[in-house]
Ligand binder design. Sequence first.
Ligand code: HEM
Length: 445
Amino acid sequence: MPEPAASIPRVPITDLLRDVVFSDQNARVDMYGRLARMHDRYGEVVMQMAGPFKMVNLFGPDANRLVLLDREGIFSAQKPWTAIMGRIFPNGLLLKDGADHKYARRIMHEAFKRPALRSYLDRMGPMVEEALDDWLLEDEISAFRSYKALTLDMAAAIFLGVDLGSETRAMNGVFEDLVAASMSRVRLPIPGLEFQRGLAGREKMKRWLGDLIPKKRAGDGPDMFTRFCHAETEAGERFRDEEIVDHLIFLMMAAHDTTTSTLTSMTYLLAKHPEWQERAREECLAMPHEQLDFDEQAQLTVLGWVMKETLRLYPPLPVIPRVATQAFEFKGYTIPEGSMTVVSPIHTHRMADWWPEPDRFDPGRFSPERAEDQRHTHMWVPFGGGPHHCLGIRFAELQVKTVMHQMLRRCRFSVPDDYVMPVQQAPISKPRDGLPITLEELPRQ
Ligand code: HEM
């Protein structure tokens, strides 16, 4: 017989207060440490309560499978994500459940098929080359800031299909206000505060994109905006104008912070492990073209393992929230309806029960001979899983590979031997110091 909900291990209110009120900054910085302590002390199911609010942390691959796959259709993504970012990114794909979600995902999927991805890659290559030309004028750059600027420019070109004029640069600034507001702690529309700037920015961005719609509907460009305007499912479903605008704004957010985070962590790990940097470089130099070719990218196997290992150690999204719309059972406990239910890629990815030497950077664990990630379908989940599985996974892979491919061919990058990247793990993993790296230009091949 399952035990009653009352017996679920609970974090005492004193611990909760210490975590949430007194060391909130630390919870953002060391999310893993906080979760690992909770798991080691209380087990696989842990409840935190504050008044009527109940939050349940479920740990491990079985929990990830149950919650992310959501076979019974009882876990809402819309409820927690709307609470987190609904004012700034309403109607984004992740903020939808059930039939509403399926309908929007079906249409959006059209813009992520192979021919579309191929055309996005064509656009990416020259942009990376140009950015590298600039970076290589400096001896040292902030990896995080450089990647952030590049991925934003790429989003403007590939998602929106606009040239990088002064207006687009200004819109990039507005977009950054939106992202900052969605992560802001003080969510009050008070003039001068980050949150209010984000709300105002959203209105500006909506107007700007809305004004472009007639041109995009009439055009046949390869950008995502135009594709959304024409996308139609077999059943004849199409997006309305305001849906297109909302999805584009959400996509830009979903795409650029996560990819920036991945590129930055990957650069750090390759700088700390020069033997892997050399291996990845050799592979890239063996490719016939300086700019990555769509049909050749699958041959970058070492780079693929490095990317996977990076996402294991530094998943951009450390935790994934849902709300249980019904009571459910897990490991003999009954979790009550309405509980905020959280699974944690960042914790699963370092569980010693599943990963040998989990803290060690060891990309070879993803090689076909070792295939350590294949021991459970949900032990490596940086892209989530189930109905909300990241729609941009192939796009992200292309973008990361194309940037790293050119970086590795054109320069050697390093950090001082004693340098340890200070990471803020939540809400999206990033270095607190921007990750300064030294670049040594290599002869062009
Ligand atoms: C390495 C980079 C990325 C990582 C680690 C990542 C991670 C994730 C995760 C964990 C989710 C699921 C969240 C949940 O279930 O609550 C997700 C959803 C999503 N991602 Fe990504 N993402 C990345 C890049 C991208 C890119 C480049 C795009 C777009 C081009 C994108 C678009 C989306 C969308 C639209 C969803 C919502 C899917 C849905 O609700 O059906 N992501 N991503």
